[in-house]
Design a protein around this ligand. Sequence first.
Ligand SMILES: [Zn+2]
Length: 326
Amino acid sequence: MGIFRDLFSHSNKTPLETKKSQPDSVICFRRMSATALTKLLHEALSATAAAEKSLPAMQELLKEAENALKERSKRGLKPIELRLLEWIRFLSRPDNLAVHLMTLAELAKILSRKFKTPQEAIQVTIYPTRGIYNFTRKPDRITLELHESLICMSSDERTAFVNALSRRSNAPSSKLMRTIFYSTDAQKIRSNFTEVHSQHDSSSNARGATYDLEQLFHEVNENQFQNQLEKPALKWSSRKSKTRYGSYNFRTDTLIINKALDNPKVPRSVVLFILYHELLHKALGFKTKNGIVRSHTAEFRRAEKAFPHYETIQSYLSNFQLHNTD
Ligand SMILES: [Zn+2]
């Protein structure tokens, strides 16, 4: 229970305060709301805590938080709880936790130096946020929120970012962060987290007149990806496209298939293949070479050819005229 006693003494304002007298603190932990639990973890994993606590102690805390959430998962997790669970699981890997804590501590240090502000007045949080980053500077307080995937920043990038934050315009800092956010490294980290979709439920758009993309997704995920892929938002395009079969958007984690393929004349295997192609983009990410984004790499093409009846599907597609599907 040592960790929990530590936590109680650390956090004066958390909801735990009221339950301090209760002997079994694990029970309190289990009853906490996801928001309170998130807040508690932010405090427990902060740069200050990192300086005071050992990695194993933090890992134990993560384990208990994970167990508390697993307990709840029996009745189904709310999106915010699922997101918290994914975050905890990500940090449960020792390497990830170490990099996470190092990034927090580094940023607090650079910010403190750059803005001549004591470290106690600086709050840096890193977790799977909705946006890329959020920075506010008040006379007595500086707060910086970063998406978890930005722990891939190099030490030079952290310094450059803080320097950019000190400029009057926020254009340089957002430009730099966008570049890092869309790098392959950051994308790989983000694949640990389900994107939070602010848009309405996509299930209505996924069900076409002939094919249900949700159903096809589960089939491809099971047969081609060993059920390892997180489901992206799936949609049939609102109009028939004359130029492309499908697309995958990394930022929004949205996969769109051309409505022209939602037709009983189009074989099911062809739609499955197009879905597979777009999911490969999600699985493999994009690589940049000499500043050019490459998505159909040799690795990609090899994986694509492994799809059953690849040749037959290719010849079907070469005869399928998108511009004639009106
Ligand atoms: Zn492609």
